[in-house]
Design a binder for this molecule. Structure first.
Ligand code: ADP
Length: 464
């Protein structure tokens, strides 16, 4: 800090060494009002005027100005002076200081500039951009927010007024979870526009960290996805109609094929080319495959419409696994399937649906591993309350980045190896949905080229 002293009239009679070090001047040139020489000419008039006014009023003085250093460049200073009085209260001298605030001003200016940049960016984006503090309290909302909803998203009440009542609880839960865990916040939600219609938006929010890795803010945006949702709905409706329409003729075809097979067996004395029988058997298998695909599509639309009904009962899971796999063994003779029962227990659920889960995972294991290889099924105790059923294959495996996506609807891994297998990419989505409807979870561990292990965990109702 620089320091200086004046007499009662403001005539400077002393500076500390720092003043001379910075300005490169001498006492002779600086005494009295010599300091005017190192002031910036553009500011000097105002500075002088305010200083003289302070001298006259006898009140503390404070100002900011530019001072020229000995290298000829100017820096910003905050200057303060206080009057010193004698016993009878008269001002006898002034004591002043100058503090270099150039760095601070630069930081403030940079900050202001970057804030302005953020604001103009946020305002030009079509998304509804928002910023909250670490605890989720709103700090900024772009104008587009108000343009859409007609209100500022400033508190619980406004928030409740714009979110569709059916989405309100879930989006809040998701937000609270992100606030608690620091996980990225992502949700699809209907927002009420000022004209009263609800428009689908997808929100994404990410935490901002300080150097110590503490969350200091959340920044995010709502993007309109109404047209995507409408497309999705049309696609779902289409899948539903197609699968319904296909189901009836396919069921009839299956019936006729089986009737023919039966007749052939009964009327053996009629000489018929051998090919007829083998062709019918082949047709029967293909129709079964087709039926399964159509059933998958129908199940998908049920899940989509949240109309998958479960007929729950207590099930001995070990029997269920054995039964389901026995059926698969008959139709898939090129793989060996071994079951290990490390734990015996009962679960509460829908027998057919859980069987579907097992069949799906085991047929996938067969489909994505070479003929002659083994499939291993393990039933293990996960913990006191849960059982884990794992299906392990030694097939093509799944890359890390695909492992999460394979549970999404219609997702199929695209690669040379995978192209050889047909499928709709619905199976795992159904399996996951069914398992979750049973309050369970589904996961995968896999390494490319070495094989995969799919595990689903279910709550246990009775052990043994
Ligand atoms: P689909 O088998 O009809 O394509 P799924 O939903 O059952 O659909 O599976 C999605 C994708 O996950 C498959 O396309 C495949 O790439 C991959 N996948 C599933 N199971 C396995 C497995 N056991 N081994 C390797 N890849 C698998």
């Amino acid at each position: 800090q620089m320091a200086w002293m004046t007499d009662a009239k403001g005539w400077i009679y002393w500076y500390n060494q720092r003043w001379y070090d910075y300005t490169g001047t001498t006492f002779e040139s600086m005494q009295g009002w010599g300091w005017e020489a190192v002031q910036h000419p553009d500011l000097l008039g105002g500075v002088k005027e305010r200083f003289i006014a302070a001298l006259a009023s006898g009140k503390d003085w404070e100002d900011t100005f530019l001072l020229r250093g000995k290298d000829g460049t100017y820096r910003w200073f905050l200057s303060r002076a206080v009057p010193i009085r004698n016993a009878s209260g008269e001002i006898v001298q002034w004591l002043g200081t100058n503090t270099d605030i150039s760095e601070q001003r630069k930081i403030e200016e940079d900050l202001k500039e970057s804030e302005e940049r953020f604001r103009s960016l946020a305002e030009t984006l079509p998304q509804l951009v928002w910023v909250t503090d670490a605890r989720g309290k709103s700090e900024f909302a772009s104008k587009s927010w108000e343009a859409l909803t007609g209100v500022k998203p400033r508190g619980e009440e406004q928030w409740k007024a714009v979110v569709h009542p059916d989405d309100y609880d879930n989006i809040n839960k998701t937000w609270m979870r992100s606030l608690a865990t620091g996980d990225v916040y992502k949700y699809d939600v209907r927002l009420r526009s000022k004209t009263g219609e609800y428009i689908w938006h997808s929100v994404t929010g990410e935490p901002v960290y300080d150097k110590e890795n503490n969350i200091i803010k959340w920044v995010g945006a709502f993007s309109e996805i109404q047209h995507i949702k409408e497309e999705e709905q049309r696609k779902n409706d289409f899948i539903k109609i197609v699968s319904h329409e296909l189901k009836t003729p396919i069921t009839s075809i299956k019936g006729y094929v089986q009737l023919l097979l039966m007749l052939l067996e009964q009327e053996q004395e009629i000489p018929l080319p051998a090919q007829i029988n083998s062709s019918l058997v082949r047709i029967d298998k293909l129709v079964t495959k087709l039926t399964r695909l159509i059933t998958e599509m129908l199940d998908l639309s049920r899940i989509e419409a949240e109309r998958l009904e479960l007929q729950n009962e207590t099930i001995q899971i070990n029997y269920l696994v054995e039964e389901a796999i026995e059926d698969i063994r008959h139709s898939h003779t090129n793989h060996t399937i071994a079951i290990t029962h490390d734990y015996h227990c009962a679960v509460y659920g829908d027998k057919n649906r859980l069987e579907q889960v097992i069949i799906n995972l085991v047929t996938n294991a067969i489909k994505y591993s070479p003929d002659g290889s083994n499939i291993e099924v393990f039933i293990r105790k996960q913990n006191e309350n849960q059982v884990a059923i794992s299906i392990q294959d030694f097939g093509i495996g799944i890359d890390k980045h695909d492992q999460e996506k394979i549970f999404e609807r219609f997702y199929r891994v695209e690669g040379k190896t995978e192209q050889a297998y047909s499928g709709l990419g619905i199976g795992l989505f159904l399996v996951k949905s069914i398992v979750e409807r049973h309050n369970g979870s589904l996961s995968v561990e896999s390494e490319r080229g070495l094989g995969s292990t799919f595990t689903f965990v279910l709550p246990v109702v009775a052990a043994g």
